[in-house]
Design a protein around this ligand. Structure first.
Ligand code: IMP
Ligand code: MG
Length: 177
């Protein structure tokens, strides 16, 4: 059983100041918009979305969506399915997808297609982390926290086998791969 404490990759203070900066930019960019719909991608987004949404100064609504990959090790590259849908009808609304981490880009790519077909007024993306070395699709991230190396990270909502989500910092774990 894994019991070691994950090594710090991004300390808590650095995450929080970056989240505040992202919230400031988003609030500026959407100033004057009637309402922004934040779509959190469960489950990894929950802490990031909580901190980000509390720092926005614009009217906003929070909703969630949950997705799962078909083959965990990519037997069917890019195959993603919806396991829980939004409650909000996003037609004509300004929508911002909030993701914890963009790895291959498959999840975000799928979500952009799925949500775009519902006719939002605008659709943008926000991710706390991205692993540029792992990307296999061109996917635009409008608001990005940090680029990180190809490592498995946990904490601040992210997990490895459902462990370490509540760590206050982003840490690295050995996955044995
Ligand atoms: P993608 O579809 O390959 O971009 O993967 C996206 C999802 O895989 C993320 O939203 C996470 O849920 C999960 N994921 C990818 N890399 C990590 C990691 O390093 N730590 C925790 N979860 C990860
Ligand atoms: Mg995610």
């Amino acid at each position: 059983m894994e019991s070691t404490v994950p090594a710090v990759l991004i300390p808590e203070e650095k995450i929080l100041s970056r989240v505040a900066e992202l919230a400031r930019r988003i609030s500026e960019d959407y100033a004057g918009v009637e309402e922004l719909v934040l779509v959190g991608v469960l489950r990894g987004c929950y802490i990031f979305l909580a901190d980000l949404s509390r720092r926005l100064t614009i009217p906003r609504r929070i909703d969630f969506i949950a997705l799962a990959s078909y083959g965990m090790t990519g037997t069917v590259p890019g195959a993603v399915r919806l396991i829980m849908d939004l409650r909000t009808d996003i037609a004509g609304k300004h929508v911002l997808i909030v993701e914890d981490i963009v790895d291959t880009g498959d999840t975000l790519q799928y979500l952009l297609g799925a949500l775009r077909s519902r006719g939002p007024a605008s659709l943008k993306t926000c991710a706390l982390l991205r692993k540029p070395e792992r990307l296999r699709t061109e996917v635009r991230i409008d608001y990005l926290g940090f680029d990180i190396p190809d490592l498995w990270v946990v904490g601040y909502g992210l997990d490895y086998g459902d462990r370490n989500r509540a760590l206050p910092y982003i840490g690295v774990v050995e996955t044995g791969e």
